[in-house]
Design a protein around this ligand. Structure first.
Ligand SMILES: NC(=O)C1=CN([C@@H]2O[C@H](COP(=O)(O)OP(=O)(O)OC[C@H]3O[C@@H](n4cnc5c(N)ncnc54)[C@H](O)[C@@H]3O)[C@@H](O)[C@H]2O)C=CC1
Length: 457
């Protein structure tokens, strides 16, 4: 009955980082209008680990199960609300199913994975041993994509990222029909009241489209990049009792852009991936750095901060995220980095410096206390070397205000592009503050909040 029409001969594996979802908004609740316009960005995300249940994500970022939505998450979160579009007949049927299953989302998830692992026990090994709160990443990603099936350009971008990202999980083209059957099995059971032949046909077409884009993107990526990289820890600097700066050496060249993030798996938690932003622009020695804060119950973050030592080998997924510098313009950069969110901001500053540009870069670095400003020395050194750079530390306790509030006291910002990196709450209020001071949405970049929320751990 369910028959995927993808070309199954395309080689692929997958990885993906995406993490959509999450936390606060259930997968089936109407999506809030994103703070920024579509365009993608990240998850953008991602970066250091968000609190264990938070979004991205992604990004980000994200992850216990293979499939989830990450970088693309930013894209998806930027999509117009479905209701705002003129829906195709398939989209109407897909959304009707979603409304029907919304109240029993947990049951649908459990049933979907039960079906998948009973019918296809070989697929169990693609998922982490402990299917915790992240277990529904795959399903969420698929449902999010289905919900936005009419928004083709944005969706394709999102799904391509998702397909590439899934290579690291070992996903193969032949896995997609198995997942599709179980998806339809779970949906038909819990959306019984609205399920009919037409609805099933709409889901088959939708899923076939989704999986085809993912398979094709993964196959194309296989020709130019590994599914994952091994990277040896070469330095581990514990800056505070719970924040470490890690430097790693990938086993082969790792191309990325300043402002992007990747997914990381440690040897202690196999198949559990989390997103971290690169804390430096690409370096001539090929080394990569990450700022990691150990969060309560965060498996990966605690392993990286408290257990990892030089000589340990971790795995990295592909780079993702679009919080990158547009070198075609000479606008100033207004950067807000909260806590370990300063990591990609530092990378952006290095990127501007390397391009020899003289554009003003204004960094606001927020932290709860001055002890939490673990990277202020580096930022001040950069400020000393670059006359176009200004760094201001905003300490909550001293300033009696939070990071986003501080920008109102400076400016004007109408000639600036804005970059935000930090906890989801900071991103949300930061976007509001930036819009209020007149920066248009298409000049505000950040990783997807969903990604950050779901990254956890
Ligand atoms: N690409 C990205 O967006 C990145 C995001 N992160 C995320 O940043 C977070 C860092 O955690 P911590 O260091 O514990 O940060 P934190 O929770 O100590 O917050 C740092 C600062 O951000 C501001 N802030 C926090 N919550 C806010 C809110 N609701 N409204 C307004 N301002 C707020 C405050 O100024 C605060 O001092 C993690 O969630 C991590 O996932 C980290 C790296 C990159």
């Amino acid at each position: 009955m369910f028959e995927a029409r993808h070309s199954m001969d395309a080689p692929t594996t997958t990885s993906a980082d995406n993490g959509t979802s999450g936390g606060v908004d259930g997968w089936f609740t109407p999506r809030r209008k994103p703070a920024t316009e579509p365009e993608g960005e990240r998850d953008t995300a991602a970066a250091s680990e968000p609190a264990e249940i938070s979004p991205a994500p992604p990004i980000s970022v994200l992850d216990a199960s293979p499939p989830s939505l990450p970088a693309a998450a930013s894209v998806v979160s930027g999509m117009p609300a479905p209701e705002a579009q003129e829906a195709s007949p398939d989209a109407v049927l897909v959304r009707r199913t979603m409304v029907e299953i919304a109240p029993v989302a947990d049951k649908v998830t459990s049933y979907f994975y039960a079906l998948l692992f009973v019918r296809h026990p070989d697929l169990r090994s693609l998922f982490p041993p402990a299917m915790d709160t992240q277990r529904d990443r795959l399903l969420k990603a698929l449902l999010t994509a289905a919900e936005h099936i009419d928004n083709t350009p944005v969706l394709v971008d999102y799904l391509q990222n998702l397909g590439r990202g899934h290579r690291k999980y070992g996903t193969r083209p032949e896995h997609y029909p198995a997942v599709g059957e179980c998806l339809i099995g779970a949906l038909s059971r819990y959306a019984e009241a609205v399920w009919d032949e037409e609805t099933e046909a709409a889901w088959v077409r939708t899923y076939t489209t989704i999986s085809q884009v993912m398979i094709d993107a993964a196959a194309a990526d296989e020709l130019r990049a590994p599914a994952w990289w091994y990277a040896e820890v070469v330095a581990h600097d514990l800056r505070t009792p719970d924040i470490a700066v890690l430097t790693v050496r990938p086993d082969q060249p790792y191309p990325f852009l300043a402002g992007q993030y990747t997914s990381v798996e440690t040897p202690w938690w196999p198949r559990v991936w989390r997103h971290y932003s690169f804390a430096s622009a690409p370096r001539s020695d090929g080394l990569l750095t990450f700022h990691v804060k150990a969060v309560p119950a965060g498996w990966v973050s605690n392993a990286l901060v408290h257990r990892a030592r030089p000589g340990d080998v971790i795995r990295l997924g592909p780079p993702a995220g679009s919080m990158t510098v547009d070198h075609a313009t000479d606008s100033g950069l207004l950067c807000l980095g909260g806590g370990t969110g300063i990591a990609p901001i530092k990378a952006l500053v290095e990127d501007v410096a390397e391009h020899g540009e003289r554009r003003p870069v204004e960094v606001f670095y927020g932290a709860r206390t001055d002890q939490d400003l673990y990277d202020i020395d580096t930022m001040l050194r950069l400020q000393q070397s670059h006359p176009w750079l200004s760094v201001r530390a905003i300490i909550d306790q001293q300033a009696h205000l939070q990071l986003p509030d501080a920008i109102r006291e400076y400016g004007p910002w109408n000639e600036y592009d804005a970059y935000l990196s930090g906890p989801p709450g900071m991103i949300r209020s930061g976007v509001d503050a930036l819009r209020n001071v007149g920066i248009p949405a298409d000049r505000i970049r950040h990783d997807a909040v969903e990604e950050l929320v779901s990254a956890s751990g």
